[in-house]
Design a protein around this ligand. Structure first.
Ligand SMILES: [Zn+2]
Length: 235
């Protein structure tokens, strides 16, 4: 019997995503399921999506503030414990040390058992922000957040090193964690509706999402799923 904690003992989950609505499209059903069960879920929002519109009435400033409001509205639907904005430039996120420092700081602040992010290793993944946030997060969890000589200035701020138990990647080619979202699918739609500047609720969106969730669940004993590739860390 090891003292390694099992998933049922995990309390804190941290999503690190590139854009407002990335959490909702990939994972909102999972998030709601976790918060319904009393788990703590924190969202780290790397950009505020300041380029994500065809609408020429927006400036980057007005767009990012609109989208941050939408994130807060969605967070309320999903029961998030906290939302942190890193204010990185939409479309220009780089997986560099500066980004890693910001993500490590949040990991050391919230001490998640599970960190969830974009799969940066999926072949031909399309958006540079998705790849770079995934990679930056992957490199933050191990070894950077766990060893005290990385960013030692954090300790002066009272932040101790932290060992995360698992990383989950959404958008993965070969997922191995399937979460039953049948009961929280409607909450996922509700959270997506909060992103009014993006979604505008195209008529077929709900149907397409339902079909995709059913396809992900096709080998599972439930109807609708979200899925992740997991990596277990030693701690
Ligand atoms: Zn995105």
């Amino acid at each position: 019997m090891s003292d390694y904690p099992g998933p049922e003992e995990w309390d804190t989950y941290m999503w690190v995503v590139a854009h407002p609505d990335d959490l909702e499209f990939s994972s909102a059903g999972t998030v709601k399921k976790l918060t319904n069960a009393g788990k703590k879920v924190v969202l780290v929002q790397v950009t505020s999506g300041d380029r994500g519109t065809p609408d020429r009435n927006y400036t980057p400033d007005t767009l990012s503030s609109t989208r941050e409001d939408e994130v807060h509205a969605s967070a309320k639907v999903l029961g998030l414990a906290d939302v942190v904005f890193l204010h990185q430039p939409d479309g220009n996120v780089e997986a560099n040390l500066a980004l890693r420092e910001k993500i490590v700081r949040q990991i050391r602040t919230y001490k998640p058992d599970v960190v969830i992010t974009h799969d940066p290793f999926r072949p031909y993944a399309m958006h540079p922000d998705h790849r770079n946030v995934g990679l930056g997060t992957h490199d933050s969890v191990y070894p950077t957040a766990r060893d005290h000589l990385y960013f030692p200035e954090h300790m002066a701020d009272g932040l101790e090193p932290h060992k995360t138990a698992e990383i989950w990647y959404f958008g993965a080619e070969s997922p191995d964690v399937f979460i039953d979202i049948t009961d929280t699918f409607n909450d996922k739609i509700e959270a997506l509706k909060a992103h009014d500047s993006q979604v505008g609720m195209r008529d077929d969106l709900v149907e397409r999402l339902r079909e995709r969730s059913a396809e992900i669940a096709k080998d599972q004993p439930f109807e609708l799923a979200e899925a992740y590739k997991s990596i277990r860390m030693f701690r």
